[in-house]
Design a protein around this ligand. Structure first.
Ligand code: SF4
Ligand code: SF4
Length: 473
């Protein structure tokens, strides 16, 4: 995008005044097509966030991130520390996804999906509009002395903010310790679980601080994703952008005069009404060009469209566009680059989903008993002793466990008498002997492949190193 000659706006952020103090942003209440769409998206996401900890699949909470006990459920699949490699792969895929997605589609995530924006703009801000009124009324109320009206409004707003923050903290706790335990704690009374209550109040305080005071500064100052925009975006990235070619033309932006022939006047289509600035929740002027503070919330697109409609000019002066679209006046196209990025993103999501579904229900770890080599028995039988750990990742008991030696030919004898059962979401441990005739060995170290069955069903295959005498070569 053509850089404006006066770049002084980049010397400071929109939420700071010349003295370096916080410039409180009073965004005008947005309205329009995009705001409506964002509201619908927020309803879906908020419903998901608040219900996901209470949804169960095969008895497993749909999403659980119990870092304290190292238990995780993703889409109802239980994960164990043994599945950590999956987390690493997920994180790598997540980073690649973010890089590609941002390079192609800019900060769409921030405006439409980010929990910070959803809670701030679609929950807390709407409560604020409801109690304090729109931008003008909010500015007046802030300047107003502490009379009965201001006290009533402030107490009501802060109380509602606190209740919502407390609710959010509870939901986060349900993701952390599990919804069953949360409900149990609620019924047993908070004072029975004082440390949990204290953590809950600390988190409530953090959420309250963020949404009542810190607000857009999260996106502008604190968010690492926001900080990355400078390196992730290029002139082909789709962002919320002001069409400066159309907005400025030869004579620049100018106020609208009734009955004027705008097209013939040489003035730009921007009527300098400042509506796009007044609705901006990060306090910037998008007409200055793409800025780090912009969370792509689309509020300025709606505001400008309504102004364009009012003065009978085409909509889309501020729209989703790349720098290249605007410079070359080319309409938005799903370019090969975007198609390529989208294909890579779809493949990555496919790989991750496949990995989640292909993950085995049981994990077998069979290890040599420390300090033991081998035993030479009668009839040239070589015996090694191992310990096994079977981890059941499912919510049902796995019964009738049997170990079979797939190769080389030999026998496995479990020390445990009777049936081996691995309880649901638990471990079974024990000792077993592998016995192989010396003639079947090819040296002192041999790879032995072990199959684990539940009844007739093969549930896991693993291998160990079987030791024998060197002479068997
Ligand atoms: S410039 Fe527009 S899209 Fe960006 S944050 Fe402000 S209102 Fe939202
Ligand atoms: S809302 Fe549109 S017309 Fe009004 S100042 Fe912003 S860009 Fe110009």
């Amino acid at each position: 995008m053509e850089t404006p000659e006066n770049e002084s706006f980049r010397d400071s952020i929109g939420t700071m005044n010349e003295e370096g103090k916080r410039a409180w942003v009073y965004p005008k209440k947005p309205s329009g097509k995009y705001y409506d769409y964002r509201k619908y998206v927020s309803y879906v996401l908020l419903t998901f966030l608040f219900t996901a900890p209470f949804i169960k699949i095969n008895g497993n909470q749909f999403l659980l991130f119990n870092v304290l006990e190292r238990r995780f459920n993703i889409f109802g699949f239980p994960f164990w520390p043994q599945d950590f490699y999956l987390f690493v792969i997920m994180m790598v895929i997540g980073v690649v996804f973010i890089l590609l997605f941002t390079a192609a589609f800019g900060r769409i995530f921030c405006g439409w999906i980010c929990p910070q924006t959803i809670f701030m703009e679609m929950v807390f801000r709407r409560v604020e509009y409801w109690i304090d009124g729109d931008r003008g009324a909010q500015i007046r109320l802030d300047k107003q002395k502490w009379d009965a009206e201001k006290i009533r409004k402030r107490v009501l707003k802060w109380t509602i903010f606190f209740i919502i923050s407390f609710l959010i903290a509870n939901i986060f706790l349900a993701y952390l310790i599990g919804s069953d335990r949360l409900i149990q704690y609620i019924f047993e009374g908070p004072f029975e679980h004082l440390s949990t209550l204290i953590s809950l109040l600390i988190f409530t305080g953090v959420f309250y601080f963020i949404f009542a005071w810190f607000r857009e500064q999260v996106c502008v100052i604190a968010c690492p994703y926001g900080r990355l925009q400078g390196v992730l975006l290029d002139n082909k990235s789709i962002v919320v952008a002001y069409d400066h070619k159309r907005g400025e033309k030869e004579k620049g932006r100018a106020k609208f005069r009734k009955n004027e022939d705008r097209a013939a006047s040489g003035k730009g289509d921007c009527i300098d009404c400042f509506q796009c600035v007044h609705v901006c929740p990060t306090g910037i002027d998008i007409r200055n060009g793409t800025q780090l503070e912009c969370v792509n919330c689309t509020a300025c697109m709606d505001a400008c469209d309504s102004m364009m409609e009012a003065v009978n000019l085409p909509k889309g002066l501020i729209r989703y566009a790349s720098e290249e679209n605007i410079e070359k006046k080319a309409p938005f196209k799903f370019t090969p680059r975007l198609k390529g990025y989208t294909a890579v993103l779809v493949i990555l999501i496919g790989v991750l989903t496949g990995m989640l579904f292909l993950r085995s229900d049981v994990e077998a770890n069979i290890l040599r008993l420390p300090g033991q080599l081998y035993e030479h028995k009668d009839n040239n039988i070589i015996s090694n002793v191992f310990t096994y750990k079977l981890l059941n990742k499912t919510t049902r008991d796995i019964e009738d466990i049997q170990f079979k030696l797939k190769s080389p030919k030999g026998e496995i004898k479990s020390v445990k008498q009777g049936e081996i059962i691995v309880p649901a979401q638990d471990l079974a441990e024990g000792t077993l002997f592998i016995e192989i005739n010396g003639s079947a060995l090819s040296g002192d170290k041999n790879r032995a492949v072990i199959e684990v069955y539940s009844g007739d069903k093969l549930i896991e295959t693993t291998s160990v190193t079987f030791l024998g005498p060197r002479s068997y070569k």
